[in-house]
Ligand binder design. Structure first.
Ligand code: EPS
Length: 386
């Protein structure tokens, strides 16, 4: 099964990730990983750091001649900003710890709770690791794992459905429409008018020293019925996917299918009737379940939503207390983004990849891609005849 660890501080020399459990024989295109990393850096509303970084992955183990070996894959992404922070951030005992100390916790970040937990007086020791910079490492993992999932014709899309006060008017959109429309949006929204309003909302927030959050939706197609399991709580795929999404920095809510809306409707409005056709097999005219029933995929498109809070670093800071003097102060200001919801769509697509891949590996084997493809084809034949 896939496991991975990420390491690295936001202004340290690099982000490092070790991914263990990838089957052998999968063709890996490094440029495709770099494209995902570039997409994560984009989106209207990003801050000054993104002008410094040009994230690129180096692969140091586990791949030979472009193919996975089955051994652990090590990937590294350099932080270009490191050169500006080396003096403060070096691991050596020469580090200048007195500079750029953070003693005024920012409400909404983990600054204060993290400082109490790890007994830090300088909250830089907290924010450096808590930063969403870490998501670059997770995007590298997801981009690599999607190359495996794509081989089985499993595809993913994500789009912003609301940003701050602006809602995309159509809340349920077709795959093709979303795929086509988001190409021309700087905020990854599939509606032109809403995109323009979102850009304006970000501009207004920036001028006001504010930040904005939003909601994005992820869709996955090509999954067979029967991934995940209802037999035990920790094997339910809905729970595992929700955990992965919830672990993204800034995410405060996750929905599957109708999600919270289901709590306001009656049973017949929520559940998806089952039909059978000679060509299609079993099918549903609706997808309120978002492709999951009882923690198991049902063959419909997977629909996941995540709500991201506004970034807590404010240029017009909230009230705080200096942890050393205990005096009331304004929270620390650090360079940050006004809005990172478009970037979060890329992170969302990435973090679900290892979860979906594990559900597949559990069912179809995990050593070699040809073995997996054979078991995959046999299973689809069985599903069609069921
Ligand atoms: C980020 C890098 C960070 C932030 C941002 C995400 O860089 P810096 O702190 O040097 O500006 O821009 O992180 C946050 C906004 C946050 O709250 O964690 C990145 O690479 O995505």
């Amino acid at each position: 099964m896939l496991r991975f660890l990420t390491a690295g501080e936001s202004h340290g020399p690099q982000l490092t990730v070790i991914l263990e459990g990838m089957p052998s024989g999968i063709k890996i295109d490094r440029e495709s990983i770099n494209q995902w990393l570039a997409d994560r850096q984009k989106g209207y509303g990003r801050g000054g750091r993104m002008a410094i970084e040009r994230d690129q992955v180096s692969i140091l183990s586990g791949i030979r001649g472009g193919y996975t070996l089955g051994s652990p894959i090590t990937m590294v992404i350099e932080n270009k900003d490191w050169t500006n922070w080396r003096e403060l951030m070096t691991a050596e005992d020469t580090a200048v710890l007195s500079k750029r100390k953070v003693t005024r916790p920012r409400p909404g970040h983990v600054d204060l709770a993290g400082a109490i937990k790890y007994r830090h007086q300088d909250m830089r020791n907290v924010l450096e690791r808590a930063s969403a910079r870490e998501t670059a490492a997770r995007v590298a993992v997801g981009a690599l794992v999607w190359q495996f999932l794509n081989l089985l014709n499993i595809e993913v899309l994500a789009h912003v459905i609301s940003l701050g006060p602006v809602k995309c008017p159509s809340q349920e959109m077709d795959w093709e429409v979303v795929q086509e429309q988001i190409r021309r949006s700087s905020v990854c929204c599939a509606d032109d008018e809403a995109s323009a309003a979102m850009v304006k909302a970000i501009d207004r927030a920036r001028e006001a020293g504010e930040t904005l959050g939003g909601v994005f939706e992820i869709m996955v197609r090509g999954l067979p019925p029967g991934l995940g399991s209802y037999v035990h709580w920790d094997r339910r795929l809905d729970g595992l996917l929700a955990q992965a999404l919830m672990s993204i920095q800034g995410i405060k809510g996750v929905e599957i299918g109708l999600g919270f809306r289901a709590g306001f409707l009656s049973g017949s409005q929520v559940h998806d009737p089952i039909y059978y056709g000679a060509q299609e097999g079993f099918y549903r005219p609706t997808n309120g379940a978002g492709g999951l029933e009882g923690g198991v995929t049902n063959g419909e498109i997977l629909v996941l939503r995540a709500a991201m809070k506004p970034i807590p670093t404010l240029m017009k800071p909230l009230a705080s207390v200096d942890v050393i003097t205990k005096e009331p102060v304004e929270a620390t200001k650090e360079r940050s983004d006004v809005c990172a919801v478009p970037a979060a769509t890329v992170v969302g697509k990435a973090v679900i990849a290892p979860v979906l891949a594990n559900a597949l590996l559990e069912k179809f084997g995990h050593d070699n891609i040809d073995e997996i493809k054979k078991a995959w084809q046999d299973y689809w034949d069985y599903v069609r005849d069921f």
